[in-house]
Design a protein around this ligand. Structure first.
Ligand code: FAD
Length: 463
């Protein structure tokens, strides 16, 4: 009887504990994915479609393939187990609240059917419940969290890819509905929105390794100095690869520490630490993406402003750095971290729109969307999170633009109608009399600042 490996956010052969353990049983292996109808995460679904295709293509030369089923996992997995007579199921753990709940229920159901489910540590340096204060509580402050994590060390070197996999053949009789591996890709291409994503990314394990090597060979050295400048190729661009499990932090760490000239290493590792931290925050606060972690913000007088929201989403606020970021996001499914902060702050503070609107838009448009990093970072920017920048500290988009995109190179790439302005004018086209076809600022900075501070003071009963 076969063993099943259920792939979710772990489309890779190397450092895949569930796959390795399944292969080691000696039984024929059935590789499956279960496609549900995740609504909302459009760019991420494009990535998933391509990830399924590339993983299937990676299994083909080994004489295997990926079988994709359609429907809710809670029904589909037990049905696949029953139809194939599988002796065990293997998976790598996921840490989002809904995923964990489904997995716990499935484990119990399968046990009742007499089929054990074996789960393994997923794609974090440390699982979300492992780093705790001396009192056994989760950390709320990154610095303390990361010190504790570093002291704990990293137990496990990454696993090599299995040399050989004996694949099970699949008899379609009695199986739940299957989907073709390429179906999601076609469905997504039909939306007409994927051209920029196709141009920007090659999902898959091989491309992840290539991106890592490129980063280690060059940008890592000056990472700490350059990472805030969006026009420089200074960051790794690994976030969607990490998100979909084409590569693991353990693999990245092992390759990075082997670099002799890596001045930026500590900073880079700490960023991977932020990713772990976000998952530990989500683990402690399952409604991170929908509830203010500081409940006093529940009474905040957010504005309802559909036009403002739309202008922000489409990169037409009249603030060039914000617009450049929002257009990069729309086109490529990714935005530079510094610009994510500026754009998010603009929505929440300059437009005084509820951060959850922004969280939802990012969830829809990011290829690297995950509920932990997105939720935590939005709450951090909004000032509603646990260890957040205070609400009254507002990022001035003009100052940020002059400081982090001094020559305007990033703006020129994403807002071509401003390309003809000088390096000084490009940050504030309104000071140069405006540019035809580019909007005037939808809010005046000083007035928006006053409005936000007034709302914040009212919240604190100081109006
Ligand atoms: P690098 O600078 O090369 O960093 C390496 C890795 O560290 C990243 O790939 C990522 O996995 C991790 N990392 C870096 N910064 C952060 C951070 N602040 N929080 C958590 N992990 C981090 N990142 C996501 O992966 N998914 C999201 O949905 C997401 N939403 C965000 C929303 C907002 C409002 C903000 C301000 C940030 C968000 N980030 C999110 C964090 C960060 O912007 C991206 O991880 C980063 O830009 C990815 O680019 P990179 O791989 O080149 O990063």
């Amino acid at each position: 009887a076969p063993v099943i490996v259920w792939f979710r956010h772990d489309f890779r052969l190397a450092d895949n504990a569930a796959l390795t353990a399944a292969v080691e049983t000696g039984a024929p292996v059935l590789c499956i994915h279960i496609l549900d109808d995740a609504a909302g995460q459009v760019a991420a679904r494009w990535w998933l479609g391509r990830a399924l295709e590339s993983f299937d293509a990676a299994l083909r030369p080994l004489d295997g393939g990926l079988h994709v089923f359609h429907g809710p996992a809670i029904r589909v997995l037990p049905a696949v187990v029953a139809a194939t007579g599988a002796q065990a199921v293997f998976w790598n753990r996921r840490y989002d609240p809904e995923g964990r709940e489904t997995d716990t229920r499935l484990k119990a159901m399968l046990k009742e059917q007499g089929t054990p489910a074996h789960s393994f540590a997923g794609a974090l340096l440390h699982e979300p419940w492992t780093i705790r204060t001396r009192m056994g509580q989760p950390y709320h402050v990154f610095g303390a969290y990361w010190r504790a994590a570093c002291q704990m060390g990293h137990e496990r070197p990454p696993l090599p890819a299995p040399e050989r996999i004996a694949f099970a053949t699949l008899d379609p009789a009695g199986l739940p509905p299957t989907a073709e591996v390429g179906a999601v890709g076609r469905e997504m291409r039909a939306t007409g929105w994927t051209e920029g994503l196709e141009e920007a990314w090659t999902p898959g394990e091989a491309a992840a390794r290539e991106a890592l090597e490129q980063f280690l060979d060059g940008p890592l050295e000056d990472y700490a100095r350059d990472r805030d400048f969006p026009a420089r190729p200074a960051t790794s661009g690994l976030s969607p690869f990490l998100c979909w499990g084409h590569i693991t932090p353990a693999q990245i760490r092992q390759a990075a520490v082997a670099q002799p000239r890596a001045a930026g290493l500590a900073k880079f590792m700490a960023e991977l630490g932020w990713r772990d931290f976000a998952w530990s925050v989500l683990f402690a606060c399952p409604d991170l993406a929908s509830r203010n972690l500081r409940p006093e913000f529940d009474a905040m007088a957010w504005r309802r402003d559909p036009d403002g929201l739309r202008a922000w989403q489409r990169g037409r606020t009249g603030y060039p750095l914000v617009d450049a970021g929002m257009r990069q996001l729309w086109r490529t499914g990714w935005m530079h971290n510094r610009v994510r902060m500026v754009a998010a702050s603009f929505l929440v503070k300059h437009l005084l729109i509820d951060w959850r609107e922004g969280e939802r838009w990012f969830a829809r448009t990011l290829v690297d969307y995950d509920p932990a990093s997105n939720g935590m970072n939005w709450q951090w920017v909004a000032g509603t999170g646990v260890e957040a920048a205070p609400f009254f500290r507002m990022m001035n988009p003009l100052i940020q633009s002059r400081k982090f995109d001094p020559s305007g190179a990033y703006i020129r790439t994403w807002v071509p109608e401003l390309a003809g302005l000088s390096d000084t004018q490009i940050h504030a086209p309104w000071l140069a009399g405006g540019v035809a076809g580019y909007p005037a600022p939808i809010v005046v900075h000083e007035a928006a600042r006053e409005r936000a501070l007034a709302a914040w003071r009212a919240l604190r009963g100081q109006a």
